[in-house]
Design a protein around this ligand. Structure first.
Ligand SMILES: [Mg+2]
Length: 123
């Protein structure tokens, strides 16, 4: 039996992170972790070694771009999918240049999210 893929969901809106977690646990075989700040995300990357990170861009203290850079410095091969608001898609593109694997826009279509993660995790 192969081990479950681990996904780390990072969003300062705790309710949104919980919603993603609930949906993905119900509809996929992934093990889901959540973090509500960039600082917590970095600790969890080190501690749990996720297979993919879903990372919100708009967060207080440490924004998603800064967090992405730090994650890339400790786990260069770890794929990070950014979550951006529609009006900040330009930031999503900057994130790609900084090493993000992909970005999706809020409001997030949960079925699309599931597929976007599966494409990467099952590679
Ligand atoms: Mg946010």
């Amino acid at each position: 039996m192969r081990t479950k893929s681990k996904i780390l969901i990072v969003d300062d809106e705790a309710q949104l992170a919980k919603l993603f977690k609930f949906y993905l646990e119900k509809n996929t075989d992934y093990e889901i972790f959540t973090a509500n700040s960039g600082k917590a995300a970095i600790e969890m990357v080190t501690q749990h070694k996720p297979d993919l990170v879903l990372l919100d861009i708009m967060m207080p203290d440490m924004n998603g771009l800064e967090c992405l850079k730090r994650i890339k410095s400790i786990a260069p091969a770890l794929p990070v999918t950014m979550v951006t608001a529609l009006w900040e898609e330009e930031t999503g593109q900057r994130a790609l240049q900084a090493g993000a694997y992909d970005y999706i826009t809020k409001p997030v279509d949960l079925n699309y999210l599931k597929m976007a993660l599966q494409v990467k995790v099952f590679q």
